[in-house]
Every structure is written in structure tokens, then in C-alpha cells.
Design a protein around this ligand. Structure first.
Ligand code: MG
Length: 331
């Protein structure tokens, strides 16, 4: 049976409270698209397309073009045949389709608020991390992520030495290089972490280092993952489901960071994770509460090893609207 849905979309913009600095550059405004599917009985499904083109998804413009060429009524077939070149669209439409049949279809459904303890909080880059750590700890966060590969390695190693002593002893820290290290720098970071641990000089746990090298340096990262005690997680390398499967096939058995918002088809991701039982960390793409709810649903189903999920980003935005319908009305 073919279901038909009325399809509507609205672009949105959200300004970060402070601009986000990574090795990819500065990011000030998050732009995306909210989707609304309504079935014949009037039930509503919310979806969100939140692309990050510099991370491997389609651009916002490509996603908008895709939405604009669709008819006002769409079918299941259209939703499940979105091409792999539009992974953020695949995720947005599939999650709207899934929600349509769930309780979220109630027009006044509320977005759940996150519980800090199971979330990893993103620290600001550079020295600012030293002050924020304490505040975020008091808010309940226990796992932190700090961006490296932004400044000179000597400076970052110095801040790192302070940071590991600033954070309380039961904290976990993730170091995210966004592919910005050289092979030698990655070795120095991993050696430093291993060495501090071996000498009992590190009060906190370094959970893993994320994407030390650029995507094309897969073999070197594989080698590093086998040479050091400190775990490595792939992130940029596994942005989409196709890349994820390819890295698994080439032998990656470390951690996979999954950003549901841009990974592609949620149904195919489920099948893959269940089949291969990979070690995953789920992470935000700075989406609104709509895509976040769909992403958290997936994380709850597919997370293993009790890893905090990377959605501790509320402090980067103004307090947001928590009712989907009002969020939509405001656009
Ligand atoms: Mg990352």
C-alpha cells in the first residue's frame, strides 16, 4: 500500500552564542530545513535536514533544491529512494516518516530535555576550556570533549596539562583533532596520553582521540590505532553510511562516531550496526530539537559500551523553543 503525505518545508537559521572554532574554521550560524509530513488523517511527522557540507554531506543549497523540486504530496517510495549523495535529506525525510506513525505526531508534542550525565559536553577550544570545564561539571556533565589541532601543538599540550588537572578526577576527556594533526603530531599526542597514564600522572580518563588525521590518511590511523593504548575514534572518515561500511571493510575495529543528522538512511544504519556490533559514539550536528529527538532515539537503540553521547551542546545556543509546532510557526 502506498501512503501519501502532504509535504511542507521551512528553512531555519540559528546563531551560535559564541562561534564554534574547529580545524575546519569558524562557524557562526547553523542553517537547516524543517520538514513536515501530514497524512490523510491529519497526523504530523517532523523531520529536519541539518547538513554540514564541509563534513561530507550535501550543501544546504543542494538540500533546498531537492525539497523545492518535490511535489506537494509525496509517497513512501519517494522518501526511501532519496539518493546517497543527499545523506542529510535521507535522514530528515526518513525520521519525519518514522515519527508520523509515533506519538510525536501529536501537534503539541514536547521535545525531551537532555540529562547531562549521559552527554558529552563540548568545551570551547584553547584556554577557554579551563574555565568552562568547572561550570559544565556543576551542570552535571561527566564526559568532555576538547578540540585540538586548532593552535600550535606546544601550546595545546600545555593547556592539556592544565586541563587534566582542572577537571575533577572522575571526568572523561575526548580529544577531537578534526583531522588537523600531522602523523608526527598525532604520535606525540598519543604518546603523551599513553605516557601520562603509564606513569600514573593523569587523574582523569582520556576516553579516546577523535579523527587525528585527514580522511585520506586511513591506513596511518589504522596503524596508530594498533600502536597506542589510547583509543582512536573515526569521525570525518565515517560521516556517511557508505564511508562507515568502507572503513569497517578495510579493518577498522576502533570507535565509530556517528552523526545521525548527516549519516544517511536511519533504517540502513540500524541494519548495519546490528549486523556488525560496532563500537559507536553518537554525536550532534548542532541540529534543533527535531533532528535531535530522532538522533537520540537511534543512539538509545544502537549505543554500546555505555559511551556518553555527543549532544552536550545546549550552551552553544539560546534556550530553544521546545514545542515542535511553535518552532515551526516561528520560522
Ligand atoms: Mg569530531
Amino acid at each position: 500500500m502506498t501512503n501519501e503525505y502532504r509535504f511542507e518545508f521551512r528553512p531555519y537559521q540559528r546563531r551560535f552564542l559564541r562561534s564554534l572554532t574547529t580545524n575546519h574554521g569558524k562557524w557562526d550560524i547553523r542553517e537547516g530545513i524543517i520538514l513536515r509530513l501530514t497524512d490523510e488523517s491529519g497526523k504530523v511527522g517532523w523531520g529536519e535536514i541539518a547538513p554540514i557540507s564541509w563534513f561530507g554531506s550535501e550543501t544546504l543549497e543542494e538540500a533546498l533544491d531537492f525539497c523545492r523540486q518535490l511535489p506537494g504530496e509525496i509517497t513512501d517510495e519517494i522518501i526511501f529512494s532519496i539518493p546517497d549523495e543527499l545523506p542529510a535529506c535521507q535522514f530528515g525525510f526518513e525520521s519525519a516518516w518514522e515519527w508520523e506513525s509515533e506519538f510525536f505526531s501529536m501537534p503539541n508534542a514536547q521535545c525531551p530535555m537532555p540529562h547531562a550525565q549521559s552527554y558529552s559536553a563540548l568545551l570551547p577550544s584553547g584556554e577557554a576550556a579551563l574555565n568552562q570545564g568547572e561550570t559544565l561539571w556543576q551542570q552535571g556533565y561527566r564526559t568532555f570533549k576538547w578540540k585540538i589541532g586548532v593552535d600550535a601543538i606546544a601550546d595545546e599540550l600545555k593547556i592539556f596539562e592544565s586541563l587534566i588537572h582542572t577537571l575533577p578526577a572522575s571526568a572523561k576527556l575526548r580529544l577531537d583533532a578534526n583531522g588537523g594533526l600531522s602523523y608526527e603530531e598525532a604520535k606525540l599526542w598519543l604518546w603523551t596520553c599513553d605516557n601520562l597514564k603509564a606513569n600514573g600522572k593523569i587523574p582523569i580518563e582520556i576516553e579516546f582521540m577523535e579523527q587525528p588525521l585527514p580522511v585520506e590518511k586511513f591506513q596511518q590511523m589504522l596503524e596508530l590505532s594498533l600502536s597506542y593504548e589510547t583509543a582512536i575514534a573515526l569521525d570525518e572518515s565515517v560521516a556517511t553510511l557508505g564511508q562507515l561500511a568502507a572503513c569497517y571493510q578495510k579493518g577498522w575495529r576502533g570507535i565509530f562516531v556517528i552523526k545521525p543528522g548527516i549519516v544517511g538512511s536511519a533504517s540502513r544504519l540500524r541494519t548495519f550496526c546490528q549486523q556488525y556490533q560496532i563500537d559507536t559514539v553518537f554525536s550532534s550536528v548542532f541540529e534543533t530539537a527535531i533532528a535531535r529527538l530522532a538522533a537520540l532515539q537511534l543512539a538509545a537503540e544502537l549505543s554500546r559500551n555505555n559511551r556518553a553521547i555527543g549532544f552536550g551542546i545546549d550552551h552553544f545556543f539560546e534556550q530553544e523553543e521546545t514545542c515542535f509546532q511553535s518552532l515551526w510557526n516561528d520560522l
